[in-house]
Design a protein around this ligand. Sequence first.
Ligand code: ATP
Ligand code: MG
Length: 414
Amino acid sequence: MRQSQLFTKARREAPADEVSKNAQLLVRAGFVHKEMAGVYSYLPLGRRVLEKIERVVREEMDAVGGQEIRMATLHPSEPWKQTGAWDSVDVVFKLMSRTEKEYTVGQSEEEIVTPIAREYLTSYKDLPVAIYQIGQKYRDELRAKSGIMRGREFTMKDMYSFHETQEDFDRFYAEVKEAYLKIYSRLGLIAKATEASGGAFTTKLSYEFMVLTDAGEDDILYCNHCSYCVNAEISDQKEGNACTRCNAGELSRAKASEVGNIFDLGTKYAKDFSFTYKDREGKDQLPIMGCFGIGISRLMGVIAETFGDEKGLVWSLSVAPFAVHLVSLGKGDDEISKVAEALYVDLQKAGVEVLYDDRDLRAGEKFAESDLLGIPKRVIVGREAVASGVFEVVDRATGKVEKKSREALLAPSA
Ligand code: ATP
Ligand code: MG
C-alpha cells in the first residue's frame, strides 16, 4: 500500500486522555481511534494487526477440530434469565426496545451456543463437537483504563465444546491448552498457564493464560524453575516460598495480563436448557461442556506493551500490519523515486506485504514515523541504491542495519 493513500496519519504528541502505553502508541500511530473510554475503532493498520492475530488463533482452533460460526451479538433476554446470568453477572448490558422488550449484547455466548448445539447434537454419535467464533463482546466494565486491554467492547475468540464423558473432555481440554500455548508463542509471547478457580461458572479448576507485563491487572506467583504458576489473589502462597510442585524452585510475584482461559463448565448449561442426547443404550444424558476464550484485542494491547520502546511500536512478523516498510528518500520524479517505485512493484509481485512511503517529506520525519509504526523491516531507497543498487535494511526490533541487493530483498526467505 502507498502511504500517500493511507488516510490515517501519525501524530507527534501522545493523546492527553490516554494513560496506558498501548493506547498512547496505538492512537499516536493511527492504529486505533478512541470513541469513548473502553471503546475503540480499528483503523487500516490496526485492523491488519487484529486480523493477523485472528489468523493464528483460527489456524490453531481449526487444528484441534473447532468449527467456526458467527453467532448473533444482539440477544433476547430470555436465555440469559434462564441461566440466571441476567441478574448474577454484573457486566451484562441491558437494553430496552421501544416496545419495551428487553435485550442484551453478547458478553459471552453460552446462552446462544447451547440452544444451537441442542438442536443438532441429539445422539452420542454427534459428539464430541467444538464450536467457535471470533467476534465482538460487550461488557459493562467499571474501569476501562488499560487502553485496548480492557474494553467495554472488544474482540474475543470463544469456543464451546460438548462431550460424552469426562475423559473425553479432559483429553480435549489438554489439547486446547497446548494449542493455546502454541498460539501465544507464534505471537512472540511467553504465556504461563495458571491454575485458578472457575470464577463465575463453576467451582472446578480452570486455567488462565498469563503474560507477564506491568500493564496487566492480575498478580501471579510463578516458579523460577518449573512451569508452576498461580493467581496470587486466590492462593495462600507467598513470594519467596518454595515451589510445591518441583521442590527445586522458588516463587516470584509479577504483574500479568490474562490473555485467555479455559473452563470445565460441567453440565450447568445443558441442565439450564434441558439439553440431552441419547447415549449408547438409548438413555438421555447431559453432555459435558467446556468453554475456551482468548482476548484477541487484549493480545494486541499486550504485544504493544511488551515490545513497544521509546521510539514507538514494534511488531513481530507474525502480527505486523506489513512485513516491509519501503521508505523512499526521493522527491517527485527523480532517479531515487524511480528505483523505489520499481522495487515496490517487485516486492508486491514477490508476495511481500509492503507499506511504501512515497510521500514528499524530510528523511528524518519519515524515519521517526517509521519507528513509530513498528513494521519489522525498513528498506531505505536513497542515493546509494541508485548508484550501486544497494539498499539499507533496518531491523526495527534490534536497530541492526544491513546492506542488501535488490535480488536479496526479493529472495523468498528475505
Ligand atoms: P478479566 O479477569 O480480565 O476480566 P475474564 O475472566 O472476565 O477476564 P473471560 O470472560 O473468560 O475473561 O474472557 C475470555 C478472555 O477475554 C480473557 O481471558 C481476556 O483475555 C479477554 N477479556 C475479558 N474481558 C475483557 C475486556 N473487558 N477487554 C478486553 N479483553 C477482555
Ligand atoms: Mg472480567
